[in-house]
Design a protein around this ligand. Structure first.
Ligand SMILES: C[S@@+](CC[C@H](N)C(=O)[O-])C[C@H]1O[C@@H](n2cnc3c(N)ncnc32)[C@H](O)[C@@H]1O
Length: 422
């Protein structure tokens, strides 16, 4: 007998406090609901939207134990479509995203809009219009060396991050983002050692000597060339195309927020912002329309919290996948704990793709459902270090009905009431 399919609107991961919320939803449809819940609550927003590339992006997924063991992606799945009817259609979507961002930001808030040279000129003007020219703070150049090398023009090796404030009383902490002093950058300076034995580099300007001590931190300017793009074999890589490095988000979050602040990302993709925020003790509000993005972000969050002495709690709000699978799962109630077993998972999409049994499951959890809220207690997610899913997990007894949540390799999530065994 198959486990019973049910729907849950919210998934709450048990743990300390509330680290944030991950929402599967698209703009502009979600805008009204976000404003009514989060108006003027967000300290900083990072937006890494589609760049109007005219391409479809993929997720290079690993499938089953073998896929994770061999280390090579087994399947390319459509992640998001960056083709637009016209430039106007793209800019209309961006106008919605920027207007919504402004409504969500606190008065002291700031926004970072990550773009490339394609739509730069249009988006710079749109930012001026929505946030006000006088609230422009920086045009940050993120320069990197990865990717191909053009021969008919200079290779394009930078992205642009437009940094604006919500008002003139914004929060910014440059001291929160120290960097290593670069020898190459200061080789035009004179080296010296002062009377206390501290070495420095100095430069004369306007008849005055400026000293930069080696033991004092340096701070980034508006050209960031010390953060590299993800390499092919980078362990951070999720397989989600256009994923950004954690270091980039860490710098943004550290300079623009304090612990406990809310960080927003309305195009969160694989969840880089959510992970960086949670690691830095900030809360996150992350949105993406793609089920693969949300599944990928959820998995990263789950791996981030699992390694901590005090796991943090967070919520996921996403539509349920269709009731088109046959799942066998059972629960063995005991006095103070329940053991849950995932036996089988079958769906037509997997059969058509030649994927059998639990290979189509990328992560699952067990917990309790009350109303339309599911609280997960124990999770098993595939990764390079744990390619095999745990099929038997023990959880403490909590209020509600025992329930399992399964995320398949397409990012669909489904909830089931397992069969009770006594
Ligand atoms: C460049 S990617 C973001 C990558 C992300 N920064 C990361 O590190 O993985 C852009 C994302 O925007 C999402 N997206 C595109 N249009 C959207 C919309 N209208 N509403 C919400 N998300 C959207 C796509 O699904 C995609 O995941």
């Amino acid at each position: 007998m198959s486990a019973q399919y049910i729907c849950c609107a919210t998934e709450r991961h048990m743990g300390e406090g509330d680290a944030g919320t991950l929402i599967q939803g698209g703009l502009p449809a979600c805008a009204g609901a976000l404003v009514s819940r989060y108006e003027q609550q967000v300290q900083t927003i990072y937006l890494d939207p589609p760049f109007n590339t005219g391409k479809c992006f993929e997720m290079k997924a690993r499938v089953g134990e073998k896929g994770y063991k061999t280390g090579s992606p087994s399947l390319s799945l459509p992640a998001y479509d960056d083709r637009w009817e016209s430039r106007e259609a793209y800019l209309a979507m961006m106008r919605e995203a920027l207007t919504l961002s402004r409504a969500l930001l606190k008065k002291e808030g700031t926004i970072f809009l990550h773009i490339d040279s394609r739509m730069y000129a249009h988006l710079r003007l749109l930012m001026d219009e929505v946030f006000g020219e006088s609230n422009f703070l920086n045009e940050i150049i993120w320069s990197y060396q990865t990717g191909g090398r053009a021969r008919t023009y200079f290779p394009r090796k930078h992205d642009i991050i437009l940094f604006y404030a919500r008002s003139r009383s914004y929060y910014f902490n440059l001291k929160g983002v120290p960097i290593a002093r670069s020898e190459a950058r200061s080789n035009h300076m004179r080296r010296g050692v002062d009377e206390d034995g501290r070495s420095y580099r100095s430069i004369m300007s306007g008849g005055r000597e400026y000293r930069y001590y080696d033991d004092e931190p340096a701070y980034p300017g508006d050209v960031w060339d010390d953060i590299s793009h993800l390499q092919q074999k980078d362990p951070q890589r999720t397989g989600y195309e256009t994923q950004k490095p954690l270091k980039l988000l860490e710098r943004i979050i550290r300079c623009a927020t304090q612990e406990g602040d809310l960080v927003g990302d309305l195009f969160c993709g694989s969840g880089t912002t959510a992970v960086a925020a949670a690691q830095l003790g900030r809360r996150f509000l992350c949105l993406d329309q793609s089920p693969l993005a949300v599944a990928s972000a959820e998995k990263r969050l789950c791996q981030t919290t699992a390694g901590r002495p005090q796991p943090f709690g967070y919520s996921v709000e996403a539509p349920c996948g269709p009731d088109d699978c046959r799942v066998e799962a059972e629960v063995f109630p005991a006095i103070s704990s329940y053991t849950v077993r995932l036996i089988s998972f079958e769906c037509d999409a997997a059969r058509e793709a030649g994927i059998t049994g639990l290979d189509a499951v990328d992560q699952w959890s067990a917990g309790f459902v009350q109303g339309d809220v599911y609280r997960s207690c124990v999770v098993s997610a595939r990764s390079v270090s744990t390619p095999k899913l745990q099929t038997m997990m023990e959880m403490p007894v909590c209020a509600g009905e025992p329930c399992v949540m399964i995320v398949d390799i397409w990012g669909n999530r489904r909830f089931y009431l397992p069969r009770r065994r006594y």
